[in-house]
Design a binder for this molecule. Structure first.
Ligand code: ADP
Ligand code: MG
Length: 252
């Protein structure tokens, strides 16, 4: 019998232990310990510059870390090569700026990774892409280019593109911050549906309504540290740190 890694046994999909990261003299991640269970939705909240984006990028290995351990589904993050590409496909990421391929159609944006990384044949990839575009409500835009779409539509395509890789976890880094207000909800609704479908998610957002309604857990991050983590109810009604109280008093 093969021995299971402890993370698999406990159902933890992402485990960070003692993760540290500097940019030059700037200490951006300080002793980060974070565990995300399978099917859990963790919302990361905190002031600008606190290290939230760096944390997401470290989980996806878009940034290296100085020390500590990052384990995805029982496997330590590989440094490079084919294994890293496979890992990235397991960790879907949606950014604030939509990051679609401008010179590819919507459909091509959603099939490209499937064909290149997952080695799916074109026909299967296109069928899957159309299904996902329908799921996020932009199937009518399949043959258009990103610039012909609204910001909300582009961000929903970005979500479909990430889902096309059949990821184990989805990371969202302020996915609605660059959107016009009337488009925020259509993106949040897709994210709520995804959460309800059981997807494991880490979401950096300033949308407190989303945090209250969709999060299993809120992680408050400031100055490179996880200052507190609790249920949304607890966090919003009685935050325990002064740092969080101060932050909430400014945004609520
Ligand atoms: P947040 O997403 O919470 O606003 P970030 O993770 O983007 O925070 O940034 C944390 C700190 O690291 C900030 O002070 C930011 O200016 C700095 N930083 C982020 N990326 C880089 C980089 N590539 N080089 C140097 N400093 C960076
Ligand atoms: Mg950020």
């Amino acid at each position: 019998m093969t021995q299971e890694a402890p993370e698999q046994a406990t159902g933890d999909l992402v485990v960070l232990r003692g993760v540290d990261k500097h940019f030059g003299d700037l200490h951006v991640l300080r002793e980060i310990d974070l565990t995300v269970a399978r099917g859990e939705v963790v919302v990361v909240i905190g002031p600008s510059g606190g290290g939230k984006s760096t944390l997401c990028r470290a989980i996806n290995r878009l940034e290296t870390v100085d020390s500590g351990e990052i384990v995805i589904d029982g496997k330590p993050l590989p440094a490079e090569g084919r294994e890293l590409a496979a890992l990235r496909a397991d960790v879907g990421m949606v950014f604030q700026s939509f990051n679609l391929f401008a010179h590819k159609t919507v459909l091509q944006n959603v099939t490209l990774g499937q064909i290149k990384v997952r080695r799916t044949d074109r026909k299967t990839a296109e069928e899957r892409a159309r299904g996902l575009l329908q799921r996020v409500g932009v199937e009518a835009q399949a043959d258009k280019y990103p610039a012909q779409l609204s910001g909300g539509q582009q961000q929903r395509v970005a979500i479909a593109r990430a889902l096309a890789m059949d990821p184990k976890i989805m990371l969202f880094d302020e996915p609605t911050s660059a959107l016009d207000p009337e488009m925020i909800n259509e993106v949040l609704e897709v994210m709520r549906q995804l959460a309800r479908s059981g997807m494991t998610m880490v979401v950096v957002t300033h949308e407190m309504g989303f945090a209250r309604s969709a999060a299993n857990r809120v992680v408050f991050m400031a100055d490179g540290r996880i200052v507190e983590e609790s249920t949304p109810d607890q966090f919003f009604s009685s935050p325990s740190s002064d740092r969080a109280k101060d932050f909430l008093s400014k945004i609520l």
